[in-house]
Design a binder for this molecule. Sequence first.
Ligand SMILES: [Zn+2]
Ligand SMILES: [Zn+2]
Length: 459
Amino acid sequence: MNKEGELSAARAAEFTLPDALRQPWDCCCGKTHRTNLQWFRVQPDVLQDLTDILRQADCRRVLLVADTHTYAVQGQAAADVLQACCPDLLLEQFIFPDPELVPDEQALKRLQDWRRAIPVQTGDYWLAVGSGTLNDLTRYVSSQENRPYLVLGTAPSMDGYASGVSPLIIRRMKQTFPAQSPQAVLADPRVLARAPRDLILAGIGDVLGKYNSLLDWQLSVLVNDEYDCPFIRGLVEKSRDEVARLAPKIIRGDEAAVSALMTALTEVGVAMDYSDSSRPASGAEHHLAHFWEMRELLSGNHGHYHGTEVGLALPLILSLWRQLAGWPEPLEKCSRPARSSQAWQRQRTRQLEEAYRQAAPSVLKFDQEVDWFNESKRQQRLARIRAVWPRIRQLAQTAPDPETLTSLYRQIGFPLTPADIGLTPDDVQAALNHASALRDRYTILRLLDDLNWSPAELL
Ligand SMILES: [Zn+2]
Ligand SMILES: [Zn+2]
């Protein structure tokens, strides 16, 4: 890292969220970093802050979105405080009755239909009360009509609070849509600490996944000259290390530690906003999680929390890095047909059809679009991989030992293996070998594919 990069990484270590209030700033990576987020508060009197922020923002009407559960834990209290402190403020509420709300086209339509019945007016502010799903829906609908939105978080369960994109399930496929990041992320630490344990574990898993996403990002910087930012990397590292250090306290319900988790989750979201991409926060471990989630959706099962699956994928991917760390040269497997050949393409099609079942046609189409069949591009990457192998190996040697992760999991009661949440050996093998086809993103899985390995063979 050059001097500027070192300074930037040191600055990231000192970063605290109110910094996000600052104006856009020019970074040594060449980008001007900016985020919509202006207010971040995790404190017991946060509802009072909410009223102050709305007054300051000249809000005239709040469109509060919750489900019955989040309304009971925080929405009702927010509505009461708003009505008591701001009698002039209009309040409209939409409360999803679903015990397990899914961010799909039906949920989206219900929210949009409700909105259509209320005439849009100046000073409208959306307020999502909840975590992942409620935010994904509110973020999307509010950005469609270009109105600001705020978050009142109820569980430290995922890193999407400050994110600017909405993952939605359309035709049973999870897709990410551009939306907007919130102007405020607010939460009461007492509410966060009382969130269901599985949601808190999921939040921890989502942050620990950064042990791999950052490695994958650096891998692509080496192989593909992808955009890099030492500040963003430093920020994500700082948040991740804090959560790893505090995990046992977080899980015991220590309010300060749970607030630190919420801060880390929001900082990672700011890092994504700063890079205009989920690259800093999502690599192969997320692709495995998306793959499992997709299989669960296809079987009509809503499955497990995202961060739980990310956390379970992580030791698998770290084991692959450990293998690479031992290779003095890039070990190329020569037994597969050349990628340009019809035999390779037939084999790939058959494998993706088996792995993706009903979703295979759209994955195959995407595979063509990202040009994964292109042999000359693969040869170019291979030449680069050979040239920079000592650096790739060095990177691999920095991967944490999967055993260290597993012993942390044991300590905090995180599931230890995919089988613990009902995933089969085939789910694991198919995800390792084919989950990379879900996204146009270079990761260790794509590297192994370039070297002709099926990743599952290496474990
Ligand atoms: Zn930067
Ligand atoms: Zn995630």
